[in-house]
Design a protein around this ligand. Structure first.
Ligand SMILES: NC(=O)c1ccc[n+]([C@@H]2O[C@H](COP(=O)([O-])OP(=O)(O)OC[C@H]3O[C@@H](n4cnc5c(N)ncnc54)[C@H](O)[C@@H]3O)[C@@H](O)[C@H]2O)c1
Length: 442
């Protein structure tokens, strides 16, 4: 029988405060020596964690020495994946109280991220925190504070900014190649059950193998429900659905390339049209985000069609566009003024004089210009290291030498805040603003 324990959020705060005080007395140095191996504990050992364990194998100095989870099957597989080297358990506090563990990878369901992150940082562990960093916008400040106070390396799990194409886009935008960027259009679309998070449930799932109360944590109490346990993204109690699962990646990239943080206003609509028996989060969303940095974002997505546009992003500037999807394309703006239809209503002599003006002809009649070559499209493809590998390496470097990560707790908070504002606007059917302390509906 799985080890069972029921801990409310308040109990966790109390117990972890005690645990943290104890750990602080024997505080470990914040950064490990360059030659040292880095030992890692996995907090939440589900599908994503297994992928991350494989990614970590590319770094010989790293060893996954422990893993916790609320389903025994996942722990069994983690033991296989680490050739039996990882100790396994249900309770994450057994991981963060170990002196021989330097860092944790937090890939639990979203409603656990705050508790797992704050407790791990307060126990002196560097943290790779899966996206969305938070389950609610208010949780951001606590994780930022815990990172700063403990001076530890945090990387949040959207690797976009460590992709070479995203860096190219940022460079072009910051150098002014696109002119004035005022609009970004992005979408993510799917049309499969697996894409809509209806994952297969392992046949051995039962109250014997699943620690249901551990999964629930501070979420509303309910009887054991394997759909909720294995498809938690479909339910508001544990997830923010499309916004926090998918748009958070897009917002991370947008914030990075535009040097932006949190939108000043968000207005969104969402509805559940099709997957009505499997969830309580929308399957279709249209959102507008207005940043104080002089641009807006249109984010949309559906789980009901992926034919026309399964996803992508267009960054639109007065001098050119950047299009993500199958590489990165720069498309220069080739525009001509066009007033012929207006001057056609003028007295003929005035209209003829207008178009006879060489400056007007140059602007409005490309055929009248001397032949010239003008900048054409540029297409970039990513080569070399995978962004995920670079993202993890950046975190490991930060653990070793205190260097910065691109996605620390503050950056993770900004990206998650975009998603939370979208959801708040949908829920309240109002435009929302965030003043750093609270969300207001207008
Ligand atoms: N960056 C990416 O591209 C990416 C991709 C997939 C998932 N993710 C993120 O990773 C996280 C995990 O997603 P997943 O797809 O692996 O989900 P999952 O359901 O496969 O894994 C979550 C695991 O956490 C375990 N768990 C639940 N409560 C726990 C608790 N209190 N203590 C310890 N373990 C607990 C569950 O038993 C489960 O095995 C999510 O935040 C998700 O958004 C990120």
């Amino acid at each position: 029988m799985a080890q069972r324990f029921l801990v409310s959020r308040r109990d966790f705060m109390r117990s972890s405060a005690i645990g943290t005080a104890g750990l602080a007395m024997g505080a470990r140095p914040s950064f490990v020596a360059p030659s040292d191996r880095i030992t890692i504990g996995m907090i939440g050992s589900g599908a994503r964690a297994h992928g991350l364990v494989e990614s970590l194998k590319a770094f010989p100095e790293v060893e996954v020495v422990a893993a916790c989870d609320a389903y025994t099957g996942r722990l069994e597989r983690i033991r296989d994946r680490t050739d039996g080297r990882a100790d396994t358990m249900a309770d994450y506090r057994e991981i963060i109280s170990r002196d021989d563990i330097d860092a944790v990878v937090i890939s639990s369901p979203d409603h656990w991220h705050y508790q797992h992150s704050v407790d791990s940082l307060n126990a002196g562990k560097h943290a790779y925190i899966e996206k969305p960093m938070t389950y609610s916008i208010e949780e951001g400040a606590g994780i930022i504070e815990a990172q700063r106070r403990n001076n530890l390396a945090v990387q949040v799990g959207s690797p976009g900014p460590n992709g070479i194409l995203v860096q190219k886009a940022r460079q072009m935008i910051q150098e002014g190649k696109l002119g004035q960027v005022t609009m970004i259009r992005a979408s993510t679309n799917r049309n499969t059950a697996s894409g809509a998070w209806i994952y297969p449930i392992p046949p051995d799932a039962s109250p014997e193998t699943v620690d249901w109360d551990l999964f629930l944590g501070s979420a509303p109490k309910r009887p054991y429900n394997p759909e909720r346990f294995f498809r938690w993204r479909c339910y508001k109690d544990y997830s923010g659905g499309l916004s926090t699962d998918l748009y958070v990646h897009t917002c991370t990239t947008i914030n990075y390339v535009m040097n932006a943080q949190i939108p000043e206003r968000v207005m969104a609509m969402g509805d559940l049209y099709r997957w009505i028996h499997s969830r309580d989060v929308p399957d279709t969303i249209n959102a507008s985000l207005k940043y104080s940095d002089g641009f807006m974002v249109n984010l949309s997505g559906t789980f009901n069609n992926q034919g026309g546009n399964s996803g992508g992003m267009r960054i639109l500037g007065t001098e050119g566009s950047l299009v993500f999807g199958g590489g990165l394309r720069f498309i220069p703006e080739r525009v001509n003024e066009s007033n012929g239809w207006i001057t056609a209503s003028w007295p003929k002599a005035l209209a003829d004089a207008y178009i006879a003006d060489p400056a007007i002809r140059h602007e409005e009649m490309p055929s009248s210009r001397p032949q010239s070559t003008i900048a054409g499209e540029e297409v970039y493809h990513a080569e070399g290291e995978d962004s995920m590998h670079v993202h993890i390496r950046e975190w490991l470097d930060a653990i070793r030498d205190g260097s910065a990560t691109k996605e620390d707790a503050e950056v993770g908070h900004h990206a998650a805040a975009c998603a939370h504002m979208i959801n708040a606007s949908i829920e309240m059917e109002k435009m929302v603003t965030w003043d750093g302390q609270s969300l207001t509906a207008n």
